[in-house]
Design a protein around this ligand. Structure first.
Ligand SMILES: NC(=O)c1ccc[n+]([C@@H]2O[C@H](COP(=O)([O-])OP(=O)(O)OC[C@H]3O[C@@H](n4cnc5c(N)ncnc54)[C@H](O)[C@@H]3O)[C@@H](O)[C@H]2O)c1
Length: 330
């Protein structure tokens, strides 16, 4: 059993030394991830790496000045990839953000070229880390990174639809007045336009959504309301980007939640994006599905009950993602 040192709150399960998260890219998303991880104490040490040296150093220092009020021990920033060495979890956010109206898949070509550049260096300095990708289009980026790295599927995954699932739960919570934590509904598939809300397995508390009855607005969860809410989830990133240029706080919290699941070996069910192998007839694509996430990364992918329409939606989502990867030579 690994020993817990007196100083470390969340020691690495494998070595007993203080745990370390490395975040690549100190833009709107990377800094929000770092801030959320520091606040929640997901690791004792947090480092940020970015090619923009003055920015990454300033962002890290700004967060470090608040360490007193967090369970975190250190926050550092550098433009040198060596700062990533020894990380237990590497979170990649580097890459161009969506312009207003631009879809995530439209970012694919330039982002894949960036990944070809940075991923081998990250693997070199932190070969034993678990790698989580956030950069969009996250499912394609995760698939490409997995192929480039040649690591086992559990060790390389994407943030998938963890954020979309949280958005859906938020909307159902508003409709019912029940705490988001008690809304058990998942979004699977592409983190993007073809994603699928898994309504047929959704529950509020332990009541199946279909049996919930009238909502606060006097509606029922019929196909019209379901469609409305699912569309709002898909559209929400576009709406936020239109207003403020980026989405960052909720993805920061989502990533921190996933990081905690890994570094505390929680085995939480999270809709991360990982390589699917004969999941509901879908293979050879990275796509979000309810997955056990623990110290080894992305584990067992669960098989919830699906309607025919949900299954067809997921198959179409997988085909779309596979095609983008193929078009880019992967
Ligand atoms: N998966 C999700 O749920 C989700 C949610 C929000 C945003 N995103 C994605 O996250 C990514 C980042 O968004 P953002 O708003 O932070 O963008 P941003 O432009 O604010 O930040 C990107 C950062 O990456 C850095 N960078 C570029 N090349 C680099 C390299 N080679 N090495 C290290 N750093 C490098 C840039 O200097 C910049 O600071 C985008 O792809 C965006 O679409 C994903």
């Amino acid at each position: 059993m690994p020993q817990t040192t007196a100083k470390s709150l969340y020691p690495s399960a494998s070595t007993g030394r203080p745990s370390k998260i490395a975040i690549i890219g100190a833009g709107a998303v990377g800094t929000a991830v770092a801030y959320a991880c520091a606040m929640r104490g997901d690791a004792r040490s947090i480092v940020l790496q970015d090619i923009n040296k003055p920015k990454v150093e300033a962002e890290a220092l700004d967060i470090a000045h608040g360490i007193q009020f967090t369970p975190c021990g250190s926050v550092e920033g550098s433009d040198d990839v060596e700062i990533v060495a020894g990380a237990d979890l590497v979170i990649v956010t580097a890459g161009a953000k969506q312009k207003p109206g631009q879809s995530r898949l439209e970012l694919a070509g330039s982002t894949v070229n960036l990944m070809k550049k940075i991923v081998p260096n990250l693997q070199k300095v932190a070969p034993n880390a678990v790698f989580m990708f956030i950069t969009n289009p996250v499912d394609v980026v995760t698939y490409v990174a997995l192929k480039l790295m040649g690591l086992p599927r559990n060790q390389v995954f994407g943030s998938g639809t963890v954020l979309d699932t949280s958005r859906l739960r938020y909307l159902v919570s508003l409709e019912t007045g029940v705490a988001t934590q008690n809304i058990h509904a998942y979004v699977a598939g592409e983190h993007g336009d073809s994603e699928v809300a898994l309504w047929s397995s959704a529950e509020i508390g332990n009541v199946p959504l279909a049996q919930w009855g009238p909502t606060l607005t006097g509606r029922t969860f019929d196909s019209e309301l379901r469609k409305e809410l699912a569309t709002e989830v898909v559209q929400s990133a576009y709406k936020i980007i239109e207003g403020k240029g980026a989405t960052n706080y909720a993805i920061g919290l989502s990533a921190s939640n996933i990081a905690g699941a890994v570094l505390r070996d929680e085995n939480r069910v999270l809709t991360v994006s990982s390589l699917l192998e004969d999941w509901e007839g879908i293979s050879d694509v990275c796509m979000a599905a309810p997955t056990l996430v623990g110290r080894n990364g992305a584990g067992r992918v669960l098989n919830p009950p699906l309607t025919l329409a949900e299954r067809d939606g997921l198959t179409a989502s997988a085909q779309r993602l596979r095609q983008v990867a193929r078009d880019l030579g992967f």
